[in-house]
Design a protein around this ligand. Structure first.
Ligand code: FES
Length: 351
């Protein structure tokens, strides 16, 4: 093994700290509790068990009353007035079965529903430990085919299962090197929806990907900064709008332009010559009912090339579009210079 090789030893799944400093409770009580832990750990002491527990007598845990104080990591759970009987239950129910004893907990580092990722899950070796053979069927080996990670034995907590599931999905994706053309939606009342889409466009352009943009409401003759930039970058940009709905002098014309824009977008998508197409402000024709959302989504399901990314921007994204998309971000206004200081849109920042 070279000097810089990573250690091969499997770290502990959890660690118990028992305060023996002496202010919250007599130190001998801490020693007694440590004995109870040792007697009851059972398979949680086994070296090969990914859930094995380390019990440590600790210096002051910063509470200094109501002891003995016992903390469980990485759970971030603190127990008070821990008697030998309670210690036994903590080992069996909390550590063994994944059921913290809520009525004896006085402090949590995380809300109960946000159980932090547990060490075996993080490492990817959570699984069923077989004390008979002193071996473990790891999540990695169990999930190689099924893509499913079982919860540790006795863990029936919904949140914990979700954490494992999310982590396993990430591992499965890494294994399979999954790729697909995403449908991305930037919506919400806040600023930055189009800007974020253009950021992705710039990134993709930098990677020599073929990018294009179709703007549904902004006037076809608009000369915003992003349009000038797209032109300088040689990005195809098609404007089909006649302005904004609230300034439109002819709503029929606005609607007809949106429909024509969708026809143009269909043409571009079906041609499959782009890697990324931004459909700027496309949520509005859907929101105003100029286009039928269900029909649009059905068409996309059938015709969008699998590796082509679509980025749709605009407020009021319909719920069906949100459900259909792979990635949805909502921009939210926290503070705006116009609201607080009366500063209007500035070139290079807003347009
Ligand atoms: S002395 Fe035990 S927590 Fe402070």
């Amino acid at each position: 093994m070279s000097e810089n090789s990573a250690p091969k030893m499997r770290p502990y799944g959890r660690q118990l700290f028992i305060c023996q400093h002496g202010d919250c409770a007599p130190p001998e009580e801490a020693l007694k509790l440590q004995g109870v832990v040792r007697e009851n750990l059972g398979v949680l002491r086994k070296l090969r068990n990914p859930e094995r527990v380390k019990c440590t007598l600790s210096d002051c845990l910063g509470v200094c009353r109501g002891g003995p104080i016992v903390a469980v990591y990485p759970d971030g759970v603190w127990y008070h007035h821990v008697t030998p009987e309670l210690m036994e239950r903590i080992v069996q129910e909390h550590l063994g079965e994944g059921r913290p004893l809520d009525e004896h907990i006085f402090h949590r580092l995380y809300p109960a529903e946000q159980t932090p990722v547990y060490a075996p899950d993080l490492r990817g070796d959570a699984g069923s430990y077989d004390p008979e053979s002193n071996s473990v069927r790891t999540a990695t080996s169990e999930t190689a085919d099924s893509g499913y990670a079982p919860a540790p034995d006795g863990d029936d907590g919904e949140n914990s299962a979700e954490v494992i599931d999310a982590e396993e999905r990430r591992r499965a994706a890494r294994r399979k090197k999954l790729k697909k053309g995403l449908v991305i939606v930037n919506t919400g009342e806040g600023k930055g929806k189009t800007t974020a889409a253009l950021g992705v466009m710039t990134r993709a352009w930098g990677r020599d990907m073929r990018v294009g943009m179709i703007q549904f409401l902004k006037h076809e003759k608009a000369r915003f900064g992003e349009i000038k930039a797209a032109e300088k970058m040689g990005v195809e940009r098609i404007g089909v709008g006649d302005g904004w709905t609230w300034t439109s002098k002819d709503m029929d014309e606005t609607e007809a332009r949106a429909r024509a824009g969708w026809a143009k977008a269909q043409e571009i998508i079906q041609a499959g010559e782009l890697d990324i197409l931004i459909m700027d402000e496309f949520t509005y024709p859907l929101h105003y009912g100029w286009l039928d959302t269900a029909e649009v989504l059905a068409w996309l399901s059938e015709h969008k090339p699998p590796m082509m990314h679509l980025i749709i921007t605009g407020r009021y994204a319909p719920a069906d579009l949100v459900a259909y998309a792979d990635l949805v971000t909502e921009m939210r206004n926290i503070k705006h210079p116009f609201d607080t200081q009366g500063i209007r849109a500035q070139a290079g920042i807003e347009f």
